[in-house]
Design a protein around this ligand. Structure first.
Ligand code: ADP
Length: 494
């Protein structure tokens, strides 16, 4: 059981200036380092290296050399499995320190980060460790006299560009299956959440992952990330982040070696509450958590509440009560329910999009403002905007903050039309006791995951797949391995 005293001891530790992690060793960057500011209180935490494109190339070369000489790629699957299990165990052993380090960097409340970051990363390494020797190739049903064999091969060098909201969880979603399949990888964390992934690289090395197989380059995405995207020697790029950056990565691929680019670009996910929901109190509590936890910085957050008009006023009143009851504040205080917004830039964007929604005609019934400014940190009150119509900017634009847009609907068809009136299609929620309606809605909503009578829930067994402009390819589940493998046919005349 973690105590406040354990956390407080860890949060006082000084963090040394961080180097790049290339070829199993720390490499001091040549460019001016970037300052790391804690969103908890605005204090200077440390610095990270600002990788140049030459240093990114060095990381790719190290990954390529490791792949080519087979120190990982040609190990027996059972040996890779053993190391991946050892990494999972080591993450778990270090979970508290890893979580506190990550929270000081990115601001997620402890209750969520401990489970969803270190806990989830360990589980993800374990999940893919178990997969390593359970995916056989195929013998094709060819005519007599010929033999068709289908092999799954690692692609080679994977580049992974990671966002700041859940660096360890999302990082592990890409790193673990890529490694399980036998690839080498270069990871580029976000500028405002690099520390825990740098620590993960050290942990993996300590657990026996050979040098060069996992490299981490930090710094400006427009330089280090762009270098990965343009590299002629990266075979697959896996990305989670903004649509704008996703588009740049596709262009960079087209302008370089046509590397496969997998994108997860967030959502504007509809959470549809029918009057016949089995438990409206539960629906309100879960819907509030589904948009406000981690200050709304969750790609699947249910940021558009579509609610049947007959229950609109009562449901919104219940949500408002939940929103105002959340304890927002220091994410390392065990009683806090919602932590900091990741950065001042992100907070300014949240406030700007909220203002735009209000000038487009929405009513802000709670929140809408910065709070706890005296702490020096970046905090925003949970915000509910009602009367949001499809012409309002907040109906379409992902805020990626604690901002809920509410729109009433009059019929199931109307709900479906509103739900699908978006360029994005990552997640959705449906609250109804009517089984037939639940299945109709699952079929009708164009999104990668549809929750029914719940919202969210981390589990590696199911894929997370963006539809429409939310992306392509899947994180999690055995399907994720497809991203990091090539099929090869052997056609043999007997
Ligand atoms: P957000 O707006 O949520 O910060 P971004 O898409 O800007 O999302 O950032 C997600 C990740 O993409 C970060 O690791 C960031 O450094 C990286 N990144 C940002 N711009 C580029 C770029 N032009 N090329 C490659 N990576 C980038």
């Amino acid at each position: 059981m973690t105590t406040q005293a354990d956390i407080d001891a860890l949060r006082r530790e000084t963090i040394a200036p961080q180097a790049l992690f290339i070829d199993g060793a720390q490499l001091t960057g040549t460019a001016e380092p970037m300052a790391v500011t804690s969103p908890i209180d605005g204090s200077a935490l440390t610095t990270i290296a600002n990788a140049t494109s030459a240093e990114a190339d060095l990381a790719v070369a190290s990954a390529r050399a490791a792949f080519t000489d087979g120190r990982w790629s040609r190990l027996a699957p059972a040996a890779r499995k053993k190391t991946l299990f050892a990494i999972a165990d080591a993450i778990e052993a270090d979970a508290l320190a890893l979580s506190v380090l990550g929270i000081r960097d990115n601001g997620t409340e402890f209750g969520m980060a401990y489970k969803a970051e270190a806990g989830s990363a360990a589980a993800t390494f374990r999940y893919y460790a178990e997969s390593v020797d359970k995916i056989p190739g195929e013998i094709a049903p060819t005519a007599p006299g010929t033999l068709g064999l289908v092999h799954h091969e690692p692609v080679g060098v994977v580049g992974a560009i990671i966002p700041w909201n859940f660096p360890l969880m999302i990082g592990a979603w890409k790193i673990a299956p890529a490694l399980a399949a036998g690839n080498s990888i270069v990871v580029k964390p976000a500028e405002t959440a690099s520390l825990s992934l740098l620590r993960l690289a050290e942990i993996a090395a300590g657990a026996g992952l050979p040098a060069g197989v996992l490299n981490v380059i930090t710094g400006d995405g427009r330089v280090a990330g762009d270098a990965l995207a343009r590299s002629m020697d990266v075979d697959v790029l896996a990305f989670t982040g903004s649509g704008m950056t996703g588009r740049k990565l596709l262009e960079a691929s087209a302008q370089s070696n046509l590397k496969r680019v997998y994108l997860e670009l967030g959502g504007k996910s509809p959470n549809v509450v029918f009057a016949d929901a089995p438990d409206l109190d539960k629906a309100a509590a879960v819907s509030a958590a589904g948009i406000f936890r981690n200050a709304g910085q969750v790609c699947v957050a249910g940021s558009r509440l579509l609610v049947e008009r007959s229950i609109h006023d009562d449901f919104v009143a219940a949500l408002k009560t939940h929103a105002e009851a959340f304890k927002v504040g220091d994410p390392l205080d065990l009683t806090t329910q919602i932590g900091a917004v990741n950065s001042e830039t992100q907070l300014a964007g949240n406030l700007r999009l909220t203002e735009a929604a209000i000038s487009d005609g929405a009513d802000c019934i709670t929140g809408g403002k910065r709070i706890l400014e005296q702490t020096g940190g970046s905090y925003m009150a949970p915000t509910i905007l009602t009367g949001v119509t499809p012409t309002n900017t907040v109906f379409r634009n992902e805020v990626f903050g604690p901002v809920l847009a509410v729109t009433p609907f009059d019929s199931e068809d109307h709900a479906v039309a509103l739900a699908n009136d978006s360029d994005l299609g990552l997640a959705a929620g449906v609250w109804t006791a009517n089984l037939s309606r639940a299945h109709r809605m699952i079929g009708a909503i164009n999104a990668g995951v549809v929750h029914v009578n719940t919202y969210g829930g981390p589990d590696n067994t199911v894929p997370l797949t963006g539809h429409k402009q939310s992306g392509n390819g899947s994180d999690k589940s055995l399907h994720a391995l497809d991203k990091y493998t090539n099929l090869k046919t052997a056609w043999i005349q007997l």
